[in-house]
Every structure is written in C-alpha cells, then in structure tokens.
Design a protein around this ligand. Structure first.
Ligand SMILES: *Cc1c(COP(=O)(O)O)cnc(C)c1O
Length: 397
C-alpha cells in the first residue's frame, strides 16, 4: 500500500499526460511556453482571484509574496508553530523575524487568540514592527480566515495564505453585501496567497512547482518581475534583485491534465475517502480501552478540506491511556501500512530557530507534535484499503 499513490493516478491519466509531455517536447518551448499562461488562467479562474503567477516551488511562492509586500529586516511575521519548515524559513531568509503563534488543537490551524497575544507581546517589547501574518491551511483545511482577517485589518498587517496543502479547500461565508452566502476557495483568502505543486500535495506535478495568487495589480506586476531576476521592461533590463523561479512548461502541461481530474472527481473522491475513514474509526473506538482516545479530524461547519493529509490524534504520550506512537507505526508497517508523523517538531523547537525569541506560549503545537499520526490518503484509495487500515489501527493499539 502507498501512502499517496501517484503511480495509480498516472495509470488513470496516462494517455493525456503522455500526450501533453510529447506536445511540449515537440514544441521545444520548455521555458514559459503556452501551457504556463493557460494554466495560470485556469488556476486564477478556479480559485476566484484576478492574478495567478506560477513559479518554481511553494517555498519560492512565499518568498515572492514577502518580497512583493516589502517584508524585511525589523519586521515581525506571525507564523503558526505547527507547520512545514518553509512557512517560517522564508521569513528569516528575507531578514525578517518569525514570531511563532500557537494553533487550535482541533483544526491544527493558527489560533486567532494566540495571534492577538503574540501581536500584543511584540508591540510591548518595541524591538520589532508587526508586519504580516502567514496563515497555513494545514493538511488541506483552510485556516480560520474570518477571524484572522478581522485581526490583520484592525492591526494593519498583511495577510499571506500559505495554501501549499490547502488548494481545493473552501469556506462558506456570508456575501459582502449581506445577501446570502458564497463559497470561497483556498488561495483566495490572503492579500497574497500561495500554493505548491510538489508531487504529494493535493494538486501535484512531476517535480517542483508553485504559484502565487492575488487580486492586486501592483503586487502581481512586482511578482512577475521578481520571479525572473527582477526584470524591468525586458529580460536584460534588471531593476531589482530577484530570483530565477519559473514553472517549467512540462510541469504546467502536466498540471493542466491533473487540474481537470482534480476538479471533476479527485477532490470529491478524497472527501468521500475521509468521510469513510472517520465513520469507521469513530465506530471502532468502542472496541478499545476507554482511557485511550483516538480523535479523527475536525472540519468546522461551512469548511471543506482538500485532505492533503488525513491526520488523527492519539492519547497523550504519557500517563494512563497513552499510546506509544512509534510502536503503533511499527505494527502498522508490519501489516504493510505506511504512516507518517507530520510534524514531529514545532517550529520554535527547530535547531535553525534556536536564536529566535519566543513571544507566545505554544503548548498546543507541542502537544500535537507528540500525538498526531497521518494515515494513507489520496483520491484513488479504495474502501477496502480504508477498512483494512482502520482495522489494523484499532487492533494495533
Ligand atoms: C510543502 C509546503 C511548502 C513548500 O512547498 P515546496 O513546493 O515544497 O517548496 C510550504 N508550506 C507548506 C505548509 C507546505 O506543506
């Protein structure tokens, strides 16, 4: 069994993907060929924003966002303590300072209350200037953007959505004119939003890739410049220091095929798989010792996830009812079931950030790092596989 079965997906889409790759090779337009612009239009249209600019990977997408917003030395950028390293790495790379914020133990996403505390604390100490928030859509679930946006508006901060795992998720929100509701997709919630096309993400290519989304014309123009060596009016007119960060035509052509499958059935299928997982695991927990808790993912009302991961929480690692996670993983592995720990270390405990001052307590992040476990998840997983995983999980505890 695969943790995320990319080979199965390829078998299903093989004819179209092979043809798309041959078309690019035949055209010889490997850099910024036709499929790049076409993909950008399709992505902007799907997400519901004015501009989409593709780039080399999801980390560069965040860097491009920070550059466009002018984030640099002396700036505090608020980042959840429980995320992939990139979300905070890019902040330090731009010379700014990441301020780690705690997460909600139920959604794993940035906790608005902790964000407010961290902003207060930075303002009180008067060494850094609060500048931006990077909110992450962890495991595919959009962050609490209604609450976070209220805070960034009040405090005059930029909001960046790190949608590397969130592409395809959504939130049902009241319309701005107050007349009914609308569904807004992930990668539309930030002043600038980003995603990654790393193969294992909800929408993945066959290598590295990423994209930046914004409604703002000025920032879009800046990002277009920054992604090609800070170009000005033409390629050899360089007006600022930038990056070499383009999406290959080959990857764009592959992504166009995959986006179609994602929209037509993959997103729906992965949601059905998650529903079945939760129904089975919740139903089976009555067969284990009552002190032990297995918590299935929480999706708040009005939210949908794109299920980058299906992540359960195990009882605390010490005391009565505790589950030995490493031993559990070994038992699953012996039954041919892969599992992963996303993520074993909170950002504030990473060696690379040991010099970074802590402004907020991040107990939930610390607890989650010890208790989460991600199970195999992808649109092509079968009900039989999910049943086998759930049974193996319960019998291994
Ligand atoms: C994967 C990921 C990134 C970085 O994307 P790459 O394409 O691997 O550079 C950034 N943030 C989060 C939350 C991610 O999961």
């Amino acid at each position: 069994m695969e943790f995320r079965d990319l080979k199965k997906q390829y078998q299903v889409l093989k004819n179209d993907i092979d043809q798309a790759m041959i078309d690019v090779a035949t055209s010889g337009a490997f850099i910024m060929g036709g499929p790049v612009k076409e993909l950008e239009h399709e992505l902007a249209d799907y997400v519901g924003v004015k501009h989409c600019l593709s780039c080399a990977n999801g980390t560069d997408a965040l860097t491009l966002a920070l550059k466009a917003l002018g984030v640099g030395k002396g700036d505090a950028v608020f980042v959840p303590d429980f995320t992939f390293f990139s979300s905070a790495e890019v902040v330090s790379l731009e010379g700014a300072t990441p301020v780690f914020v705690d997460v909600d133990p139920r959604t794993f996403n940035l906790d608005p209350k902790s964000l407010e505390d961290a902003i207060r604390s930075v303002l009180d100490q008067m060494t850094l200037r609060p500048k931006a928030v990077i909110a992450v859509d962890l495991f595919g679930l959009p962050a609490n953007f209604p609450a976070i946006r209220e805070i960034t508006k009040r405090e005059g901060l930029y909001l960046i959505e790190d949608g590397a795992q969130g592409f395809g998720g959504s939130i049902r929100l009241p319309k701005p004119d107050g007349d009914g509701f609308e569904v807004r997709r992930a990668c539309s919630f930030g002043d600038i939003s980003t995603t990654s096309f790393f193969p294992a993400k909800p929408l993945g290519c066959y290598g590295d890739g990423g994209a930046v989304f914004t409604d703002n014309d000025e920032w879009a123009a800046l990002i277009e410049s920054y992604r090609v060596h800070g170009k000005g009016s033409f390629k050899y007119d360089n007006v600022r220091i930038g990056l070499n960060s383009r999406l290959d035509t080959l990857q764009a052509a592959i992504l166009r095929i995959k986006l179609k499958a994602f929209r037509e059935y993959e997103l729906n299928d992965v949601n059905k798989a998650a529903e079945y997982y939760t129904q089975l695991i919740d139903g089976m927990t009555k067969f284990i010792k009552k002190e032990i808790q297995i918590t299935t993912p929480h999706i708040p009302n009005g939210y949908t996830s794109s299920w980058a991961q299906y992540t359960i929480k195990l009882s605390v690692p010490s005391g009565e009812g505790s589950v030995n996670r490493a031993a559990l993983q070994a038992k699953l592995k012996a039954k041919g079931i892969p599992s992963m720990v996303y993520y074993p270390t909170p950002m504030s405990k990473q060696t690379a950030f040991k010099e970074v001052h802590k402004y907020a307590l991040t107990m939930n992040a610390e607890r989650l790092a010890e208790s989460v476990l991600s199970l195999p998840m992808h649109p092509y997983i079968t009900r039989e596989e999910i049943r086998a995983i759930a049974e193996a999980l319960i019998s291994s505890i």
